[in-house]
Design a binder for this molecule. Structure first.
Ligand code: AMP
Ligand code: GLY
Length: 441
């Protein structure tokens, strides 16, 4: 085991999912980093050495800003990276900065891009950023009138944060009325549904762009595509994401240039002009339609599981990138990728995204990691004495990296085949839109 660099940095990562494991893993690869503490972390981030750095968990929740700041201070953290959206929208970056601590991510004001869909839709309209036509309502009767008379298929969204669940896709006008009643009348997503956004239903392929910004410039990563539905063939319930791959060939180099010009640059310029400069990772969910690229949503953080495919392809130093963003010194050179492709297959608990059991013993993660090009990112896992056990819906993300996508996918599934836990479920068709034939496992 390599010695820890005594001069090396300590970095605090806030969150407990696969995204945070991937962030911690990528930070450990920086030669400047000696220690990454993940709060609260998971079974994959507990007391281990990786790439010459120490990885460990601290039992502090993502909402306890005072305890997180104390943790950062006690450990001399050079900076903190925040994974999930809720603390960002609640002002964790402002709190750290007010206390003189460095924290990577947007301010609460900039995080409104994700925290309020009504804000983000109005923002896009103000800055001519392409998105679905929409109307926002705080009055249920007005919303009902609108869906009865609008004349095209709609999508009904709770405006506030609803843990990724606040979007309903009704097929008929009657279903759309039900959707409005569910969100505004029954308050199915609580206060998140006090305001609804009703959008034109778009048809096309989706893609995810994660991009780093220092508030003035914005540099995208490789385009990724995730798989939101639970079952093969994009059937079944919506989930947090059952797998992802990158680069997504549906986003051509011409489109990358178009996205930069019509979406990324105007977003960063617009936020600066509105006195809410965006520093952090902007995640743009796009629909590629016959009428061009449209923004489905903004997220103000790294995507999960997109991060698990994008960061393993990053050839530059993540710690350097995050510092450049906080120092307002980001350049495109800082964000470079190796050639090749990556795919992540999420192994979930049986029943997810519905009810599922916890505590199943997980075997084989070490054997899977021994495969060339395979990394196992933990999400819903925890250590229980000598065992690794399940503790959440999405349990593991098995990532394969290779020179081409088909091999990356095959490696990920080879890893999956070595892992066992009771009730495990996963999709067999990750990256199917980009591959002519599907792997069989
Ligand atoms: P969101 O959380 O806003 O990204 O929405 C979740 C999912 O709903 C997206 O990934 C799309 O699959 C779908 N969706 C959202 N908005 C639209 C739209 N305007 N047209 C079609 N599908 C949409
Ligand atoms: N993969 C979608 C998300 O992170 O919101």
């Amino acid at each position: 085991m390599a010695d820890i660099n005594p001069e090396g940095l300590t970095i605090l990562v806030v969150g407990n999912g696969g995204r945070e494991h991937a962030l911690a893993w990528a930070l450990c690869r920086s030669p400047r980093v000696a220690q990454v503490i993940v709060a609260p972390g998971n079974g994959g981030t507990e007391d281990t050495m990786f790439s010459g750095a120490r990885l460990r968990c601290a039992a502090v929740g993502v909402g306890d800003f005072a305890a997180l700041m104390q943790l950062a201070r006690d450990n001399g953290a050079a900076f903190t990276v925040v994974g999930p959206e809720a603390p960002l929208c609640d002002g964790i970056v402002d709190a750290f900065q007010d206390a003189g601590l460095r924290c990577y991510g947007p301010s609460a004001s900039a995080a409104r891009l994700e925290g309020s869909k009504a804000f983000s839709k109005a923002f896009m309209a103000r800055h001519a950023i392409p998105t679905a036509a929409h109307a926002s309502f705080t009055d249920m009767e007005a919303a009902l009138d609108y869906v009865r008379t609008v004349g095209h298929r709609v999508v009904v969204k709770a405006s506030g944060l609803a843990a990724g669940k606040g979007v309903l896709l009704p097929e008929t006008t009657a279903d759309a009325e039900d959707a409005v009643r569910q969100i505004m009348g029954d308050r199915a997503f609580g206060a998140a549904g006090d305001e609804v956004v009703i959008e034109e239903h778009l048809v096309g392929q989706e893609a995810s762009i994660l991009a780093f910004s220092d508030g003035r410039s914005i540099v995208p990563c490789l385009a990724a595509q995730d798989h939101k539905r639970a079952l093969d063939g994009d059937a079944g319930a919506n989930t947090g994401g059952m797998g992802a791959y990158a680069p997504a060939p549906v986003v051509t180099p011409d489109m990358v240039a178009e996205i930069q010009r019509t979406v990324l640059d105007p977003t960063i310029e617009g936020m600066r002009a509105e006195d809410a400069p965006f520093v952090g990772t902007l995640f743009v969910g796009l629909m590629i339609t016959d009428n061009g690229i449209k923004v489905l949503e903004y997220n103000v953080r790294f995507g999960d599981p997109e991060t698990q495919v994008v960061l393993p392809l990053l050839s530059t130093d993540l710690a350097d990138i995050l510092e450049a963003c906080m120092d307002c010194e980001l350049t495109p050179d800082a964000v470079q990728f190796r050639p090749g492709a990556a795919a992540t297959v999420v192994m979930a608990s049986g029943g997810y995204p519905g009810a599922y059991e916890k505590g199943a013993v997980i075997d084989g993660t070490r054997k899977a990691s021994q495969i060339d090009g395979v990394t196992v990112f933990h999400a819903g896992t925890r250590r229980q004495r000598d065992d690794l056990v399940t503790s959440g819906g999405r349990v593991l993300g098995v990532t394969g990296v290779a020179d081409d996508l088909a091999t990356a996918v095959a490696r990920a599934y080879e890893g999956v085949a070595r892992i066992r836990f009771s009730g495990a479920q996963w999709r067999r068709d990750i990256a199917h839109r980009a591959l002519p034939t599907q792997p069989k496992v």
